[in-house]
Design a protein. Structure first.
Length: 511
């Protein structure tokens, strides 16, 4: 951003139009780059004189000052002195007291006495005396990130950011506003997504609507612009508090872009509560997969983007049935203002035809209101308990298993002689739980595998008493039976283990 004093804006006709620069100002940008490069090794005061001269020759002194402010951040200024300036001043002042300086001769005597004490020449003392003052600091290096064209881009971006410092509301229209939601949350801004004739619009609320006592949200708006400018085909409109009068600022991708500089990196999650919950949930072995920031949900004329969604993905479900999987949305309501909570509750009231879980901070006392809107509330304090969420998902899961089981015939007759329950579940696109409990008239269930009686009869001949377990397992595997213990038990055998070296198949004794 630039300083407010560098802001160039036209208020003609009651508007608020920023005075951007274009390729026509390339010569000025190149000239100022040259001024800085040519003054490496010179004092800052000398550089300042050259910039003052550029201001006098330019059409707009504010433009020169704004460009110079950006370039100055790319320069390194150093204090170069034979003796540390503070030590030099102290020694010179002490020496001056002893000679009572009132004229040039006595001043020279004081400097000479100080030089003797410091062990340097008098000229070195004089140069060191105020070497740490800004005008006397030296331009040690100048390594800009931008050439002339990129400097113009950076100026326009910085100019727009400076204007947004006084914004009270920002509205962004682009093809997919969900891409900006993470940045908005990270910056601690309030938001909602509205549907318009031109597409979805992300509305970000500022201080005047909820926090009249602070202006820190203006800085967040300015930082948000970097993320907006990295998207394609966007339009941003903002309500600006222009010295007590509201004006509208409009920005588009035609005027503002990011000159090859990446925006501030966004964290994986928008809050510690979200990050901790996601890490804990994903460490569990469940039939639910976690999706962050799924598709927007319609809430009347507006939309909301939940924090997460859970997709029911049982181990037996075929990959091609992903689109048909059951989805539960999950929103985490942390501590916000009463106005924001009311707005969020209003959104929840208008969300229809979806399953939604809402983890709500106990301090909001909003659980009953959420339940009244036909959504499941999960109160939390400090962090969301994963067990509470899993218990809620389990209720959906029981219904899903029951529905899947009802959709299957009462009797199943697989073609294979031996088939695992998981493979059969995948064939029907359901979970293993839905398969269990059905009747298999042509097969017998052995452990987690269905086997035709004829297979067991053949194995009864091949497997013998006192056979090595490894040999028996090889015979079972040839018929597709990998659970040796369950298969041997079905054949009337047990395993007598011999330490860690293996085991022997023994015929069970008759009772």
């Amino acid at each position: 951003m630039l300083r407010k004093e560098h802001l160039r804006v036209s208020r003609a006709g009651g508007g608020y139009q920023l005075q951007f620069i274009d390729a026509g100002d390339r010569a000025l940008a190149a000239s100022l780059l040259g001024v800085f490069q040519g003054h490496v090794g010179e004092r800052r005061g000398v550089l300042r004189d050259a910039l003052d001269e550029a201001e006098r020759e330019a059409d707009s002194f504010k433009l020169v000052r704004g460009l110079a402010a950006l370039l100055e951040r790319e320069a390194t200024f150093e204090t170069q002195a034979a003796v540390p300036p503070r030590r030099t001043r102290r020694t010179v002042f002490e020496s001056a007291e002893s000679v009572s300086v009132v004229d040039e001769e006595e001043r020279a005597a004081a400097l000479s006495r100080a030089a003797d004490r410091l062990g340097v020449e008098p000229k070195a003392v004089e140069r060191s005396l105020y070497a740490d003052r800004a005008p006397n600091q030296v331009v040690a290096s100048f390594d800009p990130r931008w050439g002339p064209e990129a400097l113009l881009e950076q100026y326009n971006l910085s100019l727009a950011q400076t204007a947004l410092f006084d914004a009270t509301e920002v509205r962004v229209r682009c093809a997919e506003p969900a891409a900006l939601v993470s940045a908005v949350k990270r910056l601690g801004l309030m938001y909602e997504v509205r549907k318009t004739d031109e597409g979805r619009e992300l509305v970000v609320t500022g201080p005047d609507s909820l926090f009249r006592s602070t202006r820190r949200y203006g800085t967040a708006f300015a930082r948000l612009l970097r993320s907006v400018a990295k998207t394609a085909d966007w339009r941003l409109s903002a309500t600006i508090d222009d010295r007590g009068r509201e004006r509208e600022l409009v920005l588009t991708d035609a005027a503002v872009s990011v000159p090859g500089v990446e925006p501030v990196a966004e964290p994986t999650y928008d809050s510690t509560v979200e990050a901790e919950f996601a890490a804990s949930f994903e460490s569990l072995d469940t039939d639910w997969s976690l999706v962050r920031e799924p598709e927007p949900l319609e809430t009347g004329s507006r939309v909301m983007i939940p924090d997460f969604a859970f997709d029911y993905a049982p181990a037996g479900a075929a990959e091609e049935s992903v689109a048909e999987r059951f989805r539960v949305y999950f929103e985490i309501m942390g501590f916000w203002t009463p106005e924001y909570v009311e707005k969020k509750l209003a959104q929840l009231a208008s969300v229809e035809a979806v399953e939604l879980l809402v983890a709500v901070d106990e301090s909001l006392a909003a659980s009953e209101a959420i339940e009244a809107r036909d959504h499941r509330a999960i109160p939390y304090s400090g962090s969301v308990r994963v067990k509470d969420v899993v218990d809620a998902l389990r209720e959906f899961e029981l219904d899903l298993v029951a529905d899947a089981a009802d959709s299957l015939p009462d009797e199943l007759a697989p073609d294979a002689d031996a088939v695992a329950l998981s493979a059969l579940a995948q064939e029907y696109g359901v979970s293993v739980d839905a398969i269990e409990g059905k009747s298999f008239p042509e097969h017998r269930q052995v452990g987690r595998t269905l086997v035709r009686p004829a297979v067991l009869e053949s194995l009864a001949v091949e497997v013998e008493d006192e056979m090595a377990l490894s040999e028996a397992a090889e015979a079972l595997s040839a018929y597709g039976l990998t659970d040796s213990s369950a298969a041997l038990a079905a054949l009337g055998y047990r395993v007598e283990w011999d330490g860690l070296s293996g085991g022997t198949v023994r015929k069970k004794s008759e009772q």
